[in-house]
Design a protein around this ligand. Structure first.
Ligand code: NA7
Length: 536
């Protein structure tokens, strides 16, 4: 990165105009700060701008996956479906940008290249790929935990003669798969949502599966207007109750506070069945230890495998679709007809676990010595999650410390919010916080409010910088690890661990202790004068 003198000075530079960046900008302005958002895309919305693949929708119910910071907004906005589809979420992000007059604080189509901390001025110099640069006292990374698509280095990918799509970078024009032979690589959440729709359009669909996915039915449909009215009668109370839930959502149906091992086989079956009918993540709250105890986990995993066997008619396909890892260890998918899609005559499933993809050819791909031909290829291969975006930047803290060196063994930080050596840099919903384990909008609002309080504290005490201490970071890394060890989350190769990306250090990144405990912890740190941080 070159070092021209910054052309503009702001109090706060925010990276990303997804939900986190929008709320951070609004909050910063309400504090009288001069803030600017840089957004690489030509529109706001972050995740919901890019992930336009067929069937893309949120897996937390719309009434919960929305901002709570403004009563009029939450009262007036009306969701159409139980789980909002991507276009509606994108409209919501745009509505928020307009409603709060945020557009003039957002530079679209402006990708950040890097940022260097300048010791003499104690400010960040932030550079865009365009060459423009800004000087900012605070740098807020609102770039999202799932924003760098994972494009595996398949041999021969460039040789493929047809179009190649990535679910996280989908074209803006509708893609018409009718009368086309389509291949999908990957069977995570994105694939599970897209496959039933692609299968209805395509003449032939081949799904290449490395790891079978657990999916619970969404039972999506029009939003229940009675439920909406009930929630809106006391939306603030509903939000507060959700914030006391482990994942920041689900207060309408709290987890059953008993162990699966304490119930009889009949009781368990009936309880699982009841929650399966409700749909979504409800099944994982049937008992209180399903994600903590492998024995209990095995019971619910087998219940879901039983559902797969009941839905999928061909026993060999049912077997291949039946996951063998712990359920919930990779994020549970929430589906609409995924398993049933494999009953269609135009859909086939190919195992690439035993025989990985050898190469992509001009006409298709080769695996296990077999050739498969198709006209279009969909990569549903996920993300370089939680750290991918920051690790691609030329981000340098004190003494030129590069983020790539700082995080070579994993994303060290304190509370997920601050990084030693990177003063006045805050990371929203990143590693070390409950992030992806939470209703992410709850996580975002919590982080933005915490950052705002922190800045107010600095100003009230005549301080200029805040920075995590290395001791606090080391203790926090152990805290995050210890929380993961109390769960089943270390038992599979998930993106939580970085295990989906070749060469990425394996370190459990999100904090699994639950949002309420984490929020209490952050509040305590603030009450104690930001203990664990160095303030100057
Ligand atoms: P995921 O959940 O990471 O799924 C990616 C899928 O792609 C998964 O089935 C992977 O198999 C597969 N994959 C990744 N790389 C390869 C290679 N090299 N070869 C074959 N298969 C591969 O991403 P999604 O976009 O579906 O969802 C991400 C999150 O977004 C989700 O958790 C929700 O929070 C929303 P693997 O399991 O690694 O064997």
């Amino acid at each position: 990165m070159k070092h021209p003198a910054p052309t503009h000075a702001v109090d706060m530079l925010i990276v990303g105009a997804g939900f986190a960046g929008l709320y951070m900008l609004h909050k910063a302005r309400s504090m009288g700060l001069d803030a600017l958002v840089l957004e690489a895309a030509p529109g706001v919305g972050g995740t919901w701008y890019h992930n336009r693949y067929p069937g893309a929708r949120v897996d937390i119910q719309s009434m919960e996956y929305s901002f709570s910071f403004d009563e009029a907004l939450q009262q007036q906005w009306r969701w159409s479906e139980r789980y909002a589809p991507q276009p509606e979420l994108l409209r919501y992000a745009n509505h928020v940008a307009d409603r709060f007059g945020l557009r003039d604080g957002i530079r679209l189509s402006t990708r950040m290249a890097g940022a260097h901390f300048d010791e003499p001025s104690q400010r960040w110099t932030v550079q865009a790929e365009s060459g423009e640069s800004w000087s900012a006292r605070f740098l807020v990374m609102a770039s999202g935990p799932l924003s760098s698509p994972n494009l595996p280095d398949f041999a021969g990918l460039k040789d493929f003669a047809g179009p190649v799509y990535h679910t996280a970078n989908w074209p803006h024009e509708p893609v018409d798969f009718s009368a086309r032979r389509v291949a999908v690589i990957g069977t995570g959440s994105s694939a599970v949502q897209a496959i039933p729709i692609i299968a209805r359009q395509a003449s032939e669909l081949t799904v290449f599966q490395r790891t079978a996915a657990y999916a619970a039915p969404a039972h999506n449909g029009p939003l229940d207007r009675e439920l909406e009215a009930r929630i809106k009668a006391d939306y603030a109370g509903f939000r507060a109750r959700n914030r006391r839930m482990h994942g920041g959502f689900g207060s309408l149906l709290p987890p059953n506070p008993v162990s699966a091992l304490a119930a009889s086989a009949e009781e368990r079956e009936a309880a699982f069945e009841q929650r399966w009918k409700i749909g979504g993540f409800a099944i994982l709250g049937t008992f209180n230890d399903l994600l903590m105890n492998e024995q209990s986990n095995a019971l619910v995993a087998e219940f879901v495998r039983g559902k797969i066997r009941a839905i999928v008619k061909h026993p060999g396909t049912a077997q291949l679709l039946s996951p063998t890892h712990t359920i919930g260890c990779k994020r549970l998918c929430v589906d609409s007809g995924y398993y049933d899609t494999f009953n269609r005559p135009n859909v086939r499933l190919v195992d690439i676990n035993q025989a990985p993809i050898e190469r992509i050819t001009s006409k298709g791909l080769r695996t296990g010595g077999r050739e498969f031909e198709f006209d279009a290829l969909v990569l549903a291969t996920g993300f370089d999650a939680m750290t991918g975006t920051m690790m691609r930047l030329d981000l340098r803290g004190r003494d030129g410390l590069r983020i790539q060196d700082k995080w070579h063994a994993g994303p060290l930080n304190y509370l997920g919010l601050g990084i030693a050596g990177f003063p006045n840099l805050f990371n929203i919903a990143g590693p070390g916080s409950t992030s992806a384990f939470t209703n992410v909008i709850v996580a975002i609002e919590h982080h933005v409010d915490w950052i705002a309080d922190c800045i107010a504290y600095l100003d009230a005490h005549g301080l200029h910088t805040i920075e995590a201490s290395e001791q606090a970071e080391a203790a926090w890394a152990e805290h995050v690890n210890a929380a993961a060890r109390r769960t089943v989350f270390l038992s599979c190769n998930s993106w939580y661990l970085g295990a989906n990306i070749e060469g990425k250090p394996c370190m459990f990144m999100p904090l699994a202790e639950g949002f309420p405990r984490y929020a209490d912890h952050c509040a305590q740190v603030a009450r104690d004068g930001y203990v664990g941080f160095v303030l100057q």
